[in-house]
Design a protein around this ligand. Structure first.
Ligand code: ZN
Length: 282
């Protein structure tokens, strides 16, 4: 997803229902009521602010996105993102969805602290322009590598293989880790996506190793066999490919990979600056 880090982080928090909505603040006994300030009609949940509230609806209607999420007041943001991903809307659309959602939440915060409430239409237009400017800036700074979060563009796996990309977000205070897994086929079509919270104080390397493990198990569950794993961590890559003696934290995980591999073909892929590294996992 080609969006600034703050928006990616926001998406993680929204998916984990970790935004300080009025309902969440009420649960923590910080405030005494949970009514949405925008419409005064319903409890302010993540699903309400980002989807159900009339202003949110207006923003989505004004966007050029063709989206048909399931209706329902209790829809979580994770459900919404899941629906979008499954409907195969493409990376640009997912980025726009995330940015509109961020704009809705950001303006909700501004409003709470005395700022002006903006129209849904305004936020929707702002999000499109913001993404265009962001993309242009990234392309200008780093023409060979348009994806800022990984520094490299997604490339398709070899024929007959699926590529598993993982991403992790570490929440130090909550001692937890958010893990995202996306599985795409050789033409870049989304096969499946998963997001999950792990309640454990994992470090970056261990979290990514764990994410790969989840990705492999997920692939196995959906019947995908020949896969390429792609992530950011060179430490994990080297451990997987037996290039270096594994980081102590990884020994347990690399054993798990080897057990899984069995009859499947699993490859690890790592992009480092301009160099692609590609190794089978034994
Ligand atoms: Zn509302």
């Amino acid at each position: 997803m080609q969006v600034p880090h703050k928006i990616r982080h926001f998406v993680w928090r929204a998916c984990r229902d970790a935004l300080p909505t009025k309902q969440n603040l009420l649960k923590r006994k910080i405030i005494s009521e949970e009514v949405c300030e925008g419409c005064k009609e319903a409890p302010e949940t993540v699903g309400h602010v980002l989807w159900e509230c009339p202003r949110a609806r207006e923003a989505w209607e004004c966007s050029k996105l063709v989206i048909r999420p399931t209706d329902g007041a209790n829809l979580s943001f994770q459900d919404i993102m899941w629906t979008m991903l499954l409907s195969d809307v493409g990376d640009d659309h997912v980025a726009l969805i995330a940015t509109i959602a961020w704009a809705l939440w950001h303006n909700r915060n501004e409003t709470r602290y005395g700022g002006v409430q903006k129209f849904g239409q305004h936020l929707s237009r702002w999000a499109s322009n913001y993404l265009l400017e962001y993309k242009a800036a990234v392309a200008q700074n780093n023409p060979a590598a348009p994806l800022p979060q990984h520094g490299v563009a997604w490339s398709p796996p070899r024929g007959g293989h699926f590529k598993i990309n993982v991403d992790v977000a570490i929440f130090l205070k909550q001692k937890s880790v958010g893990v995202g897994v996306v599985i795409k086929d050789e033409e870049g079509r989304l096969e499946a996506a998963l997001s999950k919270k792990i309640h454990a104080p994992l470090g970056a390397v261990e979290a990514e190793a764990r994410a790969f493990e989840m990705g492999l198990l997920f692939a196995r569950d959906i019947g995908v066999r020949n896969v390429v794993l792609e992530g950011d961590s060179l430490v994990v890559y080297n451990a997987l490919c037996n290039i270096s003696s594994p980081h102590p934290l990884l020994i347990r995980w690399s054993k798990a990979y080897k057990t899984f591999v069995g009859t499947s073909r699993v490859w690890a892929f790592h992009m480092l600056e301009d160099r692609a590294m590609f190794q089978p996992i034994y």
